[in-house]
Design a protein around this ligand. Structure first.
Ligand code: UGA
Length: 439
């Protein structure tokens, strides 16, 4: 099948590469010529384990192409995927400018019948709006069908999620279009649900909102555990045995970040509001997450009172491990707070430093050596559970820091492990380890 993908961000690039890998002829289109030049040379513009190998292989085998010219990229395509960004507007709603422009570009250039598939996360009803634009702007008497095919991949495991996904959702207006999209995806061998367009759009928002709810729920349980003396990890484990609850997404921490949950939860509140429905539960989920991102600051103030002049190692900047993405990372909330409170921050991350520098305006030091960050620190704040942070020998905190005081926002260490050290250790929803008091 001859396929085009508009947009080479996370979703677009992974979709294009994966579709070429299962045998389709895929052209990815992006308006940025510099990006296209890099992609053509087999270099991904995002950090994603396993992506580069697949890109190189499919470029070499003549199935994967990149261009910044819509006319060239769309020519003769039977199916076109829209995978451009839908950034958040100030009021929380999704900005559809890029999606609308993609629809205009398709309509202007297509000379043959085509199916337009929306991968981007778009508010319920947007596919029909896209259909209107396509029909308004088309230059030839061609048949254009639409499909909503939302994406469920996670950053950092996008390739695995695409090839071993839980489901493929195909929302169309007619069974023939659904059959074609199903056939395209058949080699992935993932369960398919064919449904109507509006439900497909809603499935995406509801899934992300539900996962965000699970996280905020366990984070509130964690906060209650701290007050009652229970251990949230034991509680989550016990809850997770119940198959109706499930084990996943019950890891307490300093809240969810990234380009999806914060944006999509806000957008769903907006969508509901536009239909005069107050989504109280989801609003609470968002508020809990905002508070949770500040939680370590409260613990630090409780411990020290003032942190004026203290040297702080902030380890981990990305919103989660295996990505250089820092969008909505708790680091962006915590670091400015630490600086405002008068401390000197030295921040470590294996790959997210450049992105953080672009985003943070406060004056801090950066290092890509974990030990340099820890050296002489008065206390350490853990923001991301990178493997090298999770598997660090705890002796390194004791040996390198001025005092081994650690505030762990991701529950990286087993409390049994910490028990045998001189670490003063504060985590989320679990008892503190304070050596003097324990004896
Ligand atoms: C999320 C969804 O998991 C994907 O299914 C979806 O396709 C994607 O959004 C999207 O809409 O594009 P992603 O944002 O890449 O994927 O990251 P996740 O791995 O889901 O993690 C999101 C955040 O939740 C991270 O900050 C992570 O630290 C946090 N989290 C996750 C927790 O705090 N606790 C958990 O138990 C799980």
């Amino acid at each position: 099948m001859k396929i085009s993908v508009i947009g080479t961000g996370y979703v677009g690039l992974v979709t294009g590469v994966a579709l070429s890998d299962i045998g389709h002829h895929v052209t990815c289109i992006d308006i940025d010529p510099a990006k296209v030049a890099k992609l053509r040379s087999g270099k991904p513009t995002i950090y994603e384990p396993g992506l580069e190998e697949l890109m190189v292989k499919n470029i070499e085998q003549g199935r994967l192409f990149f261009t910044s010219e819509h006319e060239e990229g769309l020519k003769g395509s039977e199916v076109i995927y829209i995978a451009v960004g839908t950034p958040q507007r100030e009021d929380g709603s999704a900005n559809l400018n890029y999606v609308e422009q993609a629809a205009i570009d398709i309509a202007t250039h297509m000379t043959n019948d085509v199916i337009v598939v929306t991968k981007s996360t778009v508010p319920v009803g947007t596919n029909f709006h896209i259909k209107e634009i396509l029909h308004q702007h088309k230059q030839h008497d061609i048949k254009i069908s639409i499909a909503s095919n939302p994406e469920f991949l996670r950053e950092g495991s996008a390739i695995k999620d695409t090839f071993e996904g839980d489901r493929i959702i195909i929302g169309t207006e007619d069974p023939q279009t659904a059959d074609i999209i199903e056939a395209i995806n058949a080699p992935f061998n993932v369960s398919v649900q064919k449904t109507d367009v509006l439900s497909a759009e809603m499935i995406k928002y509801s899934s992300n909102a539900f996962l965000a709810t699970k996280i905020s729920f366990i984070n509130e349980i964690a906060n209650i555990c701290e007050k009652t003396g229970a251990n949230v990890e034991e509680v989550a484990k016990g809850m997770g045995f119940d198959k109706r609850i499930g084990k996943q997404f019950l890891r307490a921490g300093i809240g969810y970040g990234g380009s999806c949950f914060p944006k999509d939860t806000n957008a769903l509140v907006q969508i509901a509001g536009n239909h005069h429905y107050d989504f109280d539960l989801l609003k609470a989920v968002i508020n809990v997450n905002n508070d949770q991102q500040r939680l370590l600051i409260d613990k630090i103030i409780d411990r020290f009172g003032s942190i004026e002049g203290k040297q702080v190692a902030v380890i981990g900047l990305a919103f989660k491990p295996n990505t250089d993405d820092i969008r909505e990372s708790p680091a962006l909330v915590i670091i400015p707070e630490l600086v405002n409170l008068g401390s000197n921050v030295i921040a470590y991350d294996p790959i997210a430093i450049e992105n953080t520098k672009k985003e943070l305006t406060v004056d801090i030091e950066y290092t890509d050596h974990l030990d340099t960050a820890l050296q002489n620190a008065d206390f350490t704040v853990i923001i991301t559970d990178w493997p090298e942070i999770k598997h660090i020998n705890l002796k390194r905190f004791e040996d390198l820091m001025k005092q081994p005081i650690v505030f762990d926002g991701r529950n990286c260490y087993n409390l049994d492990q910490v028990k045998n050290t001189t670490l003063e250790y504060y985590s989320i929803g679990r008892p503190n380890h304070i050596p003097e008091l324990i004896g």
